[in-house]
Design a protein around this ligand. Structure first.
Ligand SMILES: [Mn+2]
Length: 328
């Protein structure tokens, strides 16, 4: 990322009241990006107010926070649930570039000034309040935390150890433990770790215990999976209440699709192996963005769709578009 871009961004934020936020149910990358960026701004702009608001943490983030707090009991995870927006000058949104996913914008004018720092494919929606000149949206980064880390480096801020653990945890989760990372990811990891952190300690923080009911739910989801074969590619489609399509990939599918429904709301999570993306040009994020009457996006090998009422229609569109890519 060009240095001038970071400089312009930091200059613009000078002498302004700042608010940092992220998408609903913050994952580890979103939470780390927000918390670490707040630390950075507070040190770089010592005379400014910096607020941080989350609508809540995801299940995985909560279990991570529990373990992390045992290792670092003094670490401050606090954030505001409600912020008085009347004296906020700029909102910095991390790990999303879609205002539909940002809780505080539910009842807000979209023209309140905001900037995105994100690694998801750019939606290019023209929000009236977005100061797009300062957006830092780079989909060649495997996590937002890496972009945040580069900003911190530019500010010459020496990040305390717990914050480093948090960033490394975020990078490892979002890069699928480097499966979706690149050489830049490894360089960033090395710069954060230095000689002060032990990577095995980070892995312990990220271990996830699966409870019995979740195990049973997964097994049942596998029992009712529908198999679609296109040439030598295997697509698996199933229903499961918690959103993880990666179990289908582990079993041997090239593309996994998991549908979760809650009353009229539904969510479809998709995963694809790197192989199939490289060989066929499959890009789940792009396909999902083209689906009518639903909202979503993501990367080539991982993307999510949210919608209401018409789950069958969206699922059919999705499967048809995947088939089209694989047949050609
Ligand atoms: Mn992320």
């Amino acid at each position: 990322m060009p240095n001038s871009k970071k400089e312009d961004f930091l200059n613009f934020l000078k002498e302004k009241n700042l608010l940092i936020t992220t998408h609903n149910l913050a994952d580890i990358d979103a939470a780390a990006s927000g918390i670490v960026l707040k630390y950075c701004f507070e040190n770089y702009f010592p005379n400014q107010t910096v607020h941080l608001t989350f609508s809540g943490f995801s299940k995985h983030t909560k279990s991570f926070v529990n373990k992390f707090s045992k290792k670092f009991p003094n670490f401050n995870f606090t954030f505001q649930e409600n912020v008085d927006l009347s004296d906020i000058d700029v909102i910095v949104i991390v790990d999303s570039n879609n205002l539909d996913q940002i809780k505080i914008f539910d009842n807000l004018d979209l023209d309140i000034p905001h900037i995105f720092i994100d690694h998801h494919i750019n939606l290019r929606k023209n929000y009236p309040g977005n100061i797009s000149l300062f957006n830092m949206i780079f989909d060649n980064y495997s996590s937002t935390s890496e972009i945040v880390f580069e900003i911190i480096n530019d500010c010459n801020i020496n990040l305390p150890i717990p914050y480093r653990y948090f960033l490394v945890s975020a990078i490892l989760t979002d890069s699928g433990f480097l499966k979706y990372g690149n050489t830049g990811t490894i360089k960033n990891l090395n710069n954060i770790l230095q000689d002060q952190l032990e990577i095995q300690d980070v892995l312990l923080l990220l271990e996830r215990e699966v409870d019995l009911s979740e195990k049973i739910a997964r097994i049942k989801a596998l029992q009712r999976v529908k198999l679609i074969r296109i040439n030598n590619w295997l697509i698996g489609v199933t229903h499961l209440s918690s959103f993880t399509a990666s179990i289908l990939i582990k079993v041997g599918f090239d593309v996994g699709i998991v549908v979760s429904e809650d009353k009229s709301d539904y969510r479809i999570t998709t995963r694809a192996k790197k192989q199939i993306c490289l060989k066929t040009g499959l890009h789940l994020g792009k396909i999902i963005r083209e689906i009518n009457n639903a909202n979503g996006g993501g990367h080539d090998g991982a993307a999510t769709l949210n919608g209401k009422n018409d789950v069958k229609e969206s699922l059919n569109q999705l499967i048809d578009k995947i088939k089209e890519t694989l047949i050609n």
